[in-house]
Ligand binder design. Structure first.
Ligand SMILES: Cc1cc2nc3c(=O)[nH]c(=O)nc-3n(C[C@H](O)[C@H](O)[C@H](O)COP(=O)(O)O)c2cc1C
Length: 317
């Protein structure tokens, strides 16, 4: 792909905007913009053009492709000739040919072996195998077992590991599992270039590994279009602790809860809102620039790979 380091920022819808994508690409990784149906086509076109103004390196766009009006956004990414388009939470098959005609690579982020094979059959260029440790919407399989299973299943297709990776230890481990690189979301939430609010970063920085919950409370209230088996990993708070496991009751007061979420969003209330963050929150302690994050993760991984080869493998054979 013409990049120096095997690190992507996750295509976090809306909050992975031009600034983050460009910073990650300029640091030698692959920057990804998170397309959002809320922002629409104009927002996305503007983000792509802003990214291009900030970097001359490759970058991509990712979509939650289960959302019904995503095709208009995909067309923008095709028209703008980004380097990569990632599809999450849907069958990538309908998107591959048009992207290839434009010289654009297609990635698919998957949460099951069945969907990894489907994406491979569709002819994607790489698969992002996302373990359930991940922040945001995710499945249930753990990264440690899922990534090598996908590597075994898809032949020579490059596999990128996602979920629970936030430092050089995670990158080194992912490479040992057979991945060619990593996609990190939670780590880049705590970057200066992330476009969400500081009220979203503060609870994520304060959270420990024990403090996330995988829930469908928010999707149920909002009526979000995610496939079955997918739920949202967020930082635990008073609201999601209260409503988790009470799906039937939520239905009866859905309108009220929608209003509560709208109000909380306008007030930046993290005791109510969904603060997407994965189990790697426990490894994230400070806000840093995307370049600092990329540099440190790479340096640490290289040091570990070098030192541990000497530690565990007898050099005399
Ligand atoms: C704040 C946040 C927003 C996310 N939004 C999206 C999204 O819009 N589309 C998507 O495919 N994945 C999204 N994800 C999941 C990431 O693509 C990725 O799989 C995940 O962050 C990797 O795990 P990690 O958070 O442990 O690094 C999001 C993750 C976070 C933390």
């Amino acid at each position: 792909m013409g990049i120096d380091h095997p690190i992507l920022n996750a295509p976090m819808s809306r909050t992975a905007s031009a600034e983050l994508a460009a910073a990650v690409s300029n640091a030698g990784g692959l920057g990804m913009i998170g397309g959002t149906t809320r922002g629409g086509a104009d927002w996305l076109r503007q983000q792509i053009r802003s990214t291009r103004a900030l970097t001359n390196r490759p970058f991509g766009v990712g979509f939650i492709s289960s959302f019904s009006n995503v095709d208009e956004l995909v067309q923008v990414a095709l028209d703008e000739r980004v380097s990569v388009i990632n599809h999450s939470f849907s069958d990538p098959t309908p998107y591959v040919a048009a992207a290839r005609d434009c010289g654009i690579q297609v990635f698919a982020q998957v949460q099951s072996l069945e969907h990894a094979k489907r994406a491979a059959d569709a002819g994607v260029d790489a698969i992002i195998a996302q373990g359930g440790e991940a922040g945001g919407h995710t499945g249930t399989l753990g990264t440690m077992a899922f990534v090598p299973a996908v590597v075994d299943a898809v032949g020579n297709l490059p596999v990128i590991a996602a979920g629970g990776i936030a430092d050089g230890r995670g990158l080194a481990a992912a490479l040992m599992l057979g991945a060619v690189g990593v996609s990190m979301g939670t780590r880049f939430v705590a970057s200066h270039e992330w476009s969400g609010g500081s009220w979203e970063q503060t609870p994520l920085l304060a959270a420990s590994t024990d403090d996330t919950i995988r829930t469908d409370v928010y999707d149920q209230i909002r009526g979000s279009e995610f496939p079955s088996g997918i739920a949202d990993r967020v930082v635990r708070n008073a609201f999601n602790s209260k409503w988790e496991g009470r799906g039937n009751e939520i239905e009866t007061v859905r309108n009220e809860l929608q209003h509560e979420l709208e109000l909380a969003a306008s007030q930046g209330d993290s005791s109510v809102m969904d603060i997407s963050g994965g189990e790697a929150v426990g490894l994230v302690h400070q806000l840093e620039s995307a370049r600092t994050i990329v540099d440190r993760v790479v340096d640490e991984a290289m040091r570990l790979l070098r030192d541990n080869a000497a530690k565990y493998v007898d050099p005399t054979g």
